[in-house]
Design a protein around this ligand. Structure first.
Ligand code: ARG
Length: 560
């Protein structure tokens, strides 16, 4: 039931479009005031009257019915109370009936959305800095799919650049296939750091590195084999993390994939007269738009990060014909995205307006000693494993006889990492704290998972769900149900604002409402109907919290 729509239709005010009226209707923060409210100052211009008078007139002529039980004017607001009984019963029916599809919709209507996320760099450690893009992007993929979009998840690998020449030099001097296969990314990092130390003393190494990079580009067999090995090792290592975090991609087309796809873009830029030569380099002047020039080709003719991104955007448009293409990348790269979006627009690509930089803040660790320095980076894998270990210890402490402790610790530990990275507005910088994300109190994943486990144990105790018709609701019960009623719009808002934190926030609110209800209302009680009603609420919460966590890539556990 779309109450806003229903109210707007029922009010039908002359001179005001129904959709506009609908958009004015708000949900008051506190449902004591009512369930919906129309701030009448929004109408005073059109109706040439004071908000107070408008509210009074509208209230006087409003006829209540089986859906809207009350309509009152308060200080220029028109407050509506829905028929809560009706609403509650039909919502519970919907949730129980839809189950894992509760909250899903077909609003995407088959539209395609490309999401560029995680986009790690080959041969570099997968460190905590890549956590946000990975979990935000993955959650957005799942949310958009849930809303009926066709989603293409893309890992735009950083697999191009002179650093790979450097790595070959370092490999030849200080490593071996055996050492790399054993030491994996840690070995690659070790030799890369060593390269930088040594190259300071011996600048000729950089010439050698350039030479090897050129060999990769020219298709030299040995250099490419080494490069492929670095790539393979990196992908194998990150895949373990992706599996833990329930992250999946449809494409791993990275920067080097566009080697042969840039020339047409550069030619088009030239043909359209957009290229200027500055100190031998090809640039697009963006002064008019208040930005520094976008570099397209260096003076030696080699391409840049932006050139590759432009070729990638064109390729994605041609291949997937996206309706939107999102880039989940830290705000440090704001300028880069603004620049190449602008250049595509200047080229006359009308779809440039569909490119969106979904920017997010930095993640750092609490303890200074673990800060990211060359050679002393904080690997994401270590963070996840340490969180799982800590979760295991907490379980040992609180509930030592629990079965499947390892599996539960894994779900709780990884969930804590994901939820911890998603619980704030994405643009905020966050400091990651093991203790905080693993706390069972407050706004954390274990708190939500524990609530689901609590629901499960109630459900197991109660048995079959029977009739609850005619039951009167109390305030705690209604609070849970009204929160359940906000799930669908929360998912939509999370998609519209590219903000998965709305879903984490929601999960906390629902868990909090449920726990207040659980403490205040005896579920297994003598009145059979009341018991059934409370069981239905519990089942609906179990379903909705599970759906919310699943959209974030977080697993629930039967017991905790
Ligand atoms: N690999 C880059 C980095 O780690 C991010 C790439 C983001 N995606 C893109 N299409 N530019 O900074």
């Amino acid at each position: 039931m779309d109450y806003k729509n229903y109210i707007a239709e029922k009010l039908s005010i002359e001179g005001v479009e129904k959709d506009a009226l609908k958009s004015f209707i708000e949900i008051p923060p506190n449902n004591d005031m009512g369930d919906f409210a129309l701030p009448c100052f929004k109408l005073s211009k059109i109706l040439r009257s004071s908000p107070v008078k408008i509210a009074q007139d509208l209230a006087a002529s409003f006829v209540t019915d089986e859906h809207i039980g009350e309509c009152t004017a308060v200080n220029g607001y028109l407050n509506f109370k829905i028929n809560r009984q009706n609403f509650a019963f039909s919502l519970l029916d919907t949730v129980l009936d839809k189950g894992e599809n509760f909250g899903a919709s077909d609003m995407g209507n088959g539209k395609t959305i490309c999401i560029d996320y995680s986009s790690i760099n080959i041969a570099k450690p997968f460190h905590i800095g890549h956590l946000s893009t990975t979990v935000i992007g993955s959650a957005l993929c799942k949310i958009f799919k849930f809303l009926g979009y066709k989603v293409v998840g893309i890992n735009h690998l950083g697999d191009y650049g002179t650093q790979f020449g450097k790595l070959i030099v370092a490999f030849k001097r200080w490593s071996s296939v055996k050492a790399v296969e054993e030491g994996r990314l840690k070995e690659l990092t070790r030799i890369y750091v060593k390269y930088h130390d040594e190259a300071k003393l011996d600048p000729s190494m950089d010439d050698e590195a350039r030479h090897y990079f050129k060999l990769i580009e020219d298709g030299d067999k040995e250099s490419n084999e080494l490069f492929e090995m670095f790539k393979k090792i990196t992908l194998e290592e990150v895949d373990k993390i992706y599996k833990l975090l329930n992250v999946e991609f449809d494409s791993y087309a990275g920067e080097s994939f566009y080697n042969d796809k840039m020339a047409p873009v550069v030619n088009e830029l030239k043909d359209k007269g957009l290229i200027k030569i500055s100190d031998g380099a090809s640039i697009v002047d963006l002064e008019e738009y208040g930005m520094p020039p976008c570099l397209i080709l260096k003076s030696d003719g080699s391409s840049l990060y932006a050139t590759r991104d432009m070729a990638a955007a064109v390729y994605r448009k041609n291949t997937y014909n996206f309706d939107k293409c999102l880039y989940v990348v830290a705000y440090q790269q704001n300028l880069h995205f603004k620049q190449f979006f602008k250049v595509l627009e200047l080229m006359g690509k009308d779809w440039a307006k569909d490119l969106v930089h979904v920017a997010y803040g930095m993640v750092s660790l609490e303890s200074g000693s673990m800060s990211t320095r060359s050679g002393n980076v904080v690997l994401l894998e270590d963070v996840i494993n340490k969180t799982i270990e800590k979760a295991y210890k907490v379980i040992e402490d609180k509930n030592p006889t629990l079965e499947n402790k390892e599996q539960i610790a894994k779900a709780v530990g990884t969930g804590a990492v994901i939820f911890g990275a998603l619980c704030n507005n994405k643009i905020k910088d966050i400091v990651f704290s093991y203790d905080r994300v693993l706390s069972f109190e407050g706004e954390t994943c274990p708190y939500v998972q524990y609530t689901v486990a609590r629901c499960n144990s109630v459900i197991a105790k109660c048995g079959e769900l029977g009739d609850y018709s005619g039951v009167e609701m109390n305030a705690d019960e209604y609070q849970v149900i009204s929160t359940l009623g906000k799930f669908e719009e929360t998912i939509k808002a999370a998609a519209e604002k590219y903000e998965p934190s709305l879903v984490t926030r929601y999960a906390i609110d629902l868990a909090t409402a449920f726990n207040k209800f659980y403490m205040g209302c005896k579920i297994v009680c003598d009145d059979e109907k009341v018991k059934n009603f409370r069981l239905a609420i519990t089942k609906a919460v179990q379903i909705t919290l599970t759906n919310a966590l699943t959209l974030l890539g977080i697993e629930t556990v039967e017991q905790m």
